[in-house]
Design a protein around this ligand. Structure first.
Ligand SMILES: O=C(O)CCC(=O)C(=O)O
Ligand SMILES: [Mn+2]
Length: 360
């Protein structure tokens, strides 16, 4: 996940101006993207006007917004997103029903939406294909929604080839944090339309919810991919060298999902790790005791490395490093960790959720 404009912290659900991992401001939303959002809102107004034959006010049903937040998510083919509401924006923005505008690029997603918390079985389902733009605002601003699956290899070849994209789906959701005008809460009059033609290029899914099929054409989609890449969008806010952790499938792979790159661990890092293990063997041997240092701390040759930058407000809750193969765990191959910069208080409780020992 990466944010443009304001930064959203998924742990606290709060927006801020700087991101935690490097204390920098997220990049601004490029004007090209803002223009696509405005065009999509204008297209849905035009569609609602024609559909409602003038009886409804499209700008009440789906208010105009000027995005200052964009959350970019890359889903690998096993990616999912649990049922949730988007409600971390300011109360004024939510009360006005300023829409969330969502772009889908790459592989097709099954998108669920409904009104009932914790029950996606009652949800409606739609397919979001590459180039589709979904808007939900007004009376649909608080819908529960999520992504249940991604259809592998469903993107047209021209998308993957021209954008040089591996399998997966890029999603950009735009929102406006704050609304400064007066909030008139008169509900929009609406006809109880529901989409009666899934193949239609423009679909009125429910009041305040419009789907613009293939709104983004081939060139637009390639441009958006390239823009995202140039802004440094990647799957996590820290870097993986060697094997790449995939947050969606909870497994390691060889490539970075967004761009298929495979940055390796520099030789000097590998050497430092091997030297560190050797030095600990030396130490354990001199220290004596009955254990064999090679059994106590088996030698290993690293093929994955995580580089994290922690700001002064960072914290990671105690967790186990079990995301490697069973063979590596059974042989008890060590994790070797280098620290640079400010000191960290490191906790290592013997038992889950228990009181921890501490070192600096
Ligand atoms: O990927 C999607 O289509 C939905 C994304 C979403 O709901 C979110 O980022 O809050
Ligand atoms: Mn959402």
């Amino acid at each position: 996940m990466m944010c443009l404009g304001k930064n959203w912290d998924p742990d606290s659900g709060l927006y801020g101006d700087i991101r935690r991992f490097d204390a920098a401001q997220p990049p601004k939303i490029p004007e090209e993207l803002t223009k696509y959002v405005k065009d999509a809102i204008a297209a849905s107004h035009e569609f609602l006007k024609q559909r409602g034959k003038g009886a409804t006010n499209p700008a009440v049903e789906l208010p105009v917004m000027s995005p200052d937040i964009c959350i970019v998510n890359f889903y690998t083919t096993s990616g999912k997103l649990g049922f949730h509401q988007d409600n971390n924006e300011q109360e004024s923005s939510l009360a006005k029903g300023l829409p969330v505008v969502s772009f889908s690029l790459g592989d097709t997603a099954e998108f669920l939406y409904g009104d009932v918390r914790d029950d996606d079985t009652k949800a409606s389902k739609i397919k979001l294909e590459s180039g589709d733009v979904l808007l939900f605002g007004g009376q649909s601003r608080h819908i529960f929604h999520g992504v249940s699956s991604i259809a592998p290899e469903s993107a047209a070849l021209w998308v993957t080839d021209r954008a040089n994209l591996r399998s997966g789906r890029l999603n950009l959701t735009f929102r406006q944090y704050n609304y400064k005008g007066s909030v008139n809460v008169t509900p929009a009059p609406f006809d109880t339309c529901v989409c009666d033609n899934d193949a239609a290029p423009l679909q009125h899914l429910r009041p305040g919810m419009v789907l613009l099929k293939k709104f983004l054409n081939a060139n637009d989609q390639v441009e958006i991919f390239q823009l995202c890449r140039s802004l440094g969008v990647n799957t996590r806010q820290f870097m993986r060298l060697g094997k790449k952790w995939n947050q969606y499938s909870n497994s390691y792979g060889d490539m970075r999902p967004l761009d298929g790159a495979q940055p390796d661990i520099p030789k000097i890092f590998k050497k430092l790790v091997e030297d560190a293990i050797e030095a600990s063997h030396e130490f354990l041997e001199q220290r004596g005791g009955t254990s064999n240092p090679l059994v106590e701390l088996p030698p290993m040759s690293p093929d994955m490395c995580t580089v994290r930058f922690d700001t002064i407000i960072s914290a990671i809750v105690p967790r186990q490093e079990t995301d490697v193969t069973e063979a590596s765990l059974v042989r008890e191959l060590p994790v070797v960790s280098f620290w640079l910069g400010d000191s960290a208080e490191f906790l290592y409780p013997g038992i889950r959720d228990d009181v921890a020992s501490k070192i600096d």
